[in-house]
Write a protein that binds this ligand. Structure first.
Ligand code: TEU
Ligand code: CA
Length: 630
């Protein structure tokens, strides 16, 4: 059934649509106190316009226009249960994400590279990972560390050569492992040939590959959208008052997906890499590719709530589904290639619309809703409560069941370490690292381990702005210091900086943790948590990961098994996995205090735990995997 939503629609009806549900929940969470509102059964019979009662200032007509046009853009009002649920290698695999710049440097120039990765392939195989996702290694001016691509068909010389790449790929395949590349096609570098031609020759066909627009009267940009990396999302291109859209840095120019020829050129890139034998792609900010026609201003209020003005005009654009579907049909499906979308802002229900097997869009997506507590943003200084992981994953597991596959992760190259968010002082470092590993590797979904996570890597302390490298941090610092003291700006930037996760891997106890023998491109940490010393210690985080990965590999219940979450204390996360006759029970204490074990736990025997013995009470961050006795 198709709805057209208005201010008079019942919240119940809005809720029954996937995007409606996600958008309303997100708004309420950001508003704070929204949870009470949602849980109140009366809420459901209220009209949409009653959202006003939650907000002190009047919601303006343009707020409602923006909200309704988003809600009404989704034509699928409800979701059928998928009819396909096949076995797939990517459901069974554990992925490992490599940030190449910070992984291993082979030639002492201070920057990690492909030969460095090749040197560590045995390490990765022994760890037990099945597939790698490697962040962009294409030719790039490196304004955003490779997410600004100049030439999609060549390897950046800083990382090596195409021969190195071929060796990497065959090295992986020889070991029975797979490789997915990072595909960045929401934008290209401003140094990409297409963009250069578009600027140099306004008559060129490439002009329409991007969003060139005239500015507003008085020299202002064409609309009020804000960049993810501070300031307006526009860059002046040429002296004729023309601007071009860039949602990220001033060197990352948004592509116009409404141009069919541009889309075909993108599919050529994908097919070229698939012809080489890569197994799939992680699709960078792929939910941003469809912009609302006319590029209308973003609503101020939504912008304030979400910390990004304009976002409702492109994070779930009107042609998103069509473009994903077309791309799959033309590029991925002929190769049976795997796709995981990076989809910031997409919630549970709209995520299903993107990944339902029979809709044939994406195989999987990354949701980010668990990376910060509700109402918080990455740059807020606060301690993350691990109990939220239970709330989040319980909802997610219930909603996804066995019909959809989701990506399970805590860390990536864009976020501080989860370990440090929960335990900033590092008091429970090993126990907590192991507990997080248990949850990630035993829930239903495909785990993505980010480099260093298997060693219990933590945040870096940045004491000076000169120690940071990331364009996002540097722009933000510049903006903040115009309105606050430098020390305060540094603290704020430091609490969310992406560079925390970009400090190099530690391989041994030598200088710079064995990452390089040269001058590293960024500060290094050598705190003894390196692969060499952890390999020797049987109780290390690394060896715990190895055991868990083996356990998952050898027990189908942990991969395809049904999951059911035990009703118990909110600080205890306990669930079972079951397939065929195989049954597992997982029990985690999400707090740093002792707790009673659940009284209703099944009859079990311990398989793996982060404590040497099982005591009557659960210890701080205790996590155990048990076999259920039949
Ligand atoms: O990230 C997009 C994204 O939305 C982020 O998580 C991002 O780091 C943050 O919101 C910025 O404020 C992807 C890549 O993972 C990231 O490294 C790139 O910088 C970005 O796209 C642009 O390509
Ligand atoms: Ca190097």
């Amino acid at each position: 059934m198709m709805h057209t939503f208005t201010l008079k629609s019942r919240i119940r009806d809005v809720y029954s649509s996937p995007i409606g549900r996600d958008v309303i929940e997100k708004l309420l969470l950001q508003l704070g106190g929204g949870e009470k509102f949602i849980k109140n059964p009366l809420t459901m019979s209220l009209k949409l316009s009653s959202l006003q009662t939650l907000v002190k200032k009047p919601l303006t007509p343009d707020f409602w226009e923006a909200l309704l046009s988003l809600l009404n853009s989704e034509k699928s009002a409800c979701l059928e249960k998928p009819t396909v649920s096949e076995r797939k290698w990517w459901k069974e695999s554990v992925f490992y994400q490599i940030y190449p710049r910070s992984f291993c440097d082979s030639n002492a120039d201070g920057i990690g590279d492909i030969p460095g990765i090749i040197a560590k392939l045995d390490y990765l195989r022994d760890l037990g990972v099945d597939a790698l996702w490697i962040c962009p290694i294409y030719d790039s001016p490196q304004d955003d560390n490779g997410y600004d691509i100049r030439d999609y068909f060549s390897i950046d010389s800083v990382f090596g050569s195409m021969e190195d790449f071929d060796l990497l790929l065959s090295g992986l395949h020889d070991r029975g492992m797979r490789l997915i590349m990072d595909l960045v096609v929401n934008h290209t570098s401003d140094e990409h040939e297409w963009f250069r031609q578009a600027v140099n020759d306004p008559e060129s066909k490439y002009r329409d590959y991007y969003f060139f627009r005239k500015g507003k009267e008085g020299g202002a940009p064409p609309n009020n959208w804000i960049s993810f990396f501070s300031g307006p999302a526009w860059k002046e291109t040429g002296d004729s008052g023309s601007w071009s859209l860039c949602l990220f840095s001033k060197k990352q120019m948004d592509l116009n997906w409404d141009n069919p020829e541009m889309r075909q050129d993108v599919y050529k890139i994908i097919r070229w890499w698939l012809d080489k034998g890569v197994d799939g792609f992680r699709l960078d900010v792929i939910n941003l590719i469809s912009k609302t026609p006319g590029l209308p201003d973003g609503n101020e209020f939504i912008g304030e709530l979400m910390g990004m003005r304009g976002i409702e005009r492109y994070f779930y654009g009107p042609n998103l589904h069509d473009y994903l579907h077309e791309m799959r049909e033309e590029a991925f499906e002929p190769y049976d290639a795997f796709t995981v979308g990076e989809t910031p802002g997409i919630g549970i229900e709209s995520g299903k619309l993107l990944t339902a097997p029979d809709r044939r869009e994406l195989d999987m997506m990354f949701s980010f809703d668990h990376l910060e507590m509700p109402g918080k943003t990455r740059f807020d200084e606060y301690v993350y409560d691990a109990a939220f992981l239970k709330t989040y994953y319980t909802r997610w597991m219930r909603s996804y069941g066995n019909d959809y596959q989701t990506a399970l992760f805590y860390d990536n190259h864009d976020n501080p370490r989860m370990l440090s968010k929960i335990d900033p002082q590092g008091k429970f470092r090993d126990k907590l690292a192991k507990m997080l590993a248990v949850i990630q590797l035993t829930l239903r979904g495909t785990p993505f381990i980010y480099q260093g996570q298997e060693l219990g890597a933590v945040n870096m302390s940045f004491n000076n702005i000169d120690e940071l490298r990331d364009v996002e941090s540097l722009n933000m610092y510049r903006e903040l210091t115009s309105k606050m003291p430098e020390a305060e700006a540094l603290r704020k930037v430091g609490s969310g900086a992406r560079d925390h996760a970009r400090i190099p891997m530690q391989w041994d106890s030598s200088k710079h943790g064995g990452f390089t023998t040269g001058q590293p491109w960024i500060k290094t940490l050598a705190d003894g948590n390196d692969t060499e010393s952890q390999s020797e210690d049987k109780d290390s985080v690394l060896n715990f990961y190895k055991r868990l990965l083996q356990l998952r590999k050898n027990n189908e219940a942990l991969v395809y098994g049904e999951i059911s979450v035990l009703k118990t204390h909110e600080l205890i996360f306990a669930y079972s996995r079951e397939s065929g006759g195989e049954k597992y029970y997982i029990e985690c204490n999400l707090s740093d205090r002792q707790r009673e074990r659940p009284a209703n736990r099944p009859d079990v025997e311990l398989v793996l735990s982060n404590y040497p013995t099982e005591s009557e009470k659960m210890m701080a961050y205790e996590a155990g995997v048990y076999r259920i006795r039949n």
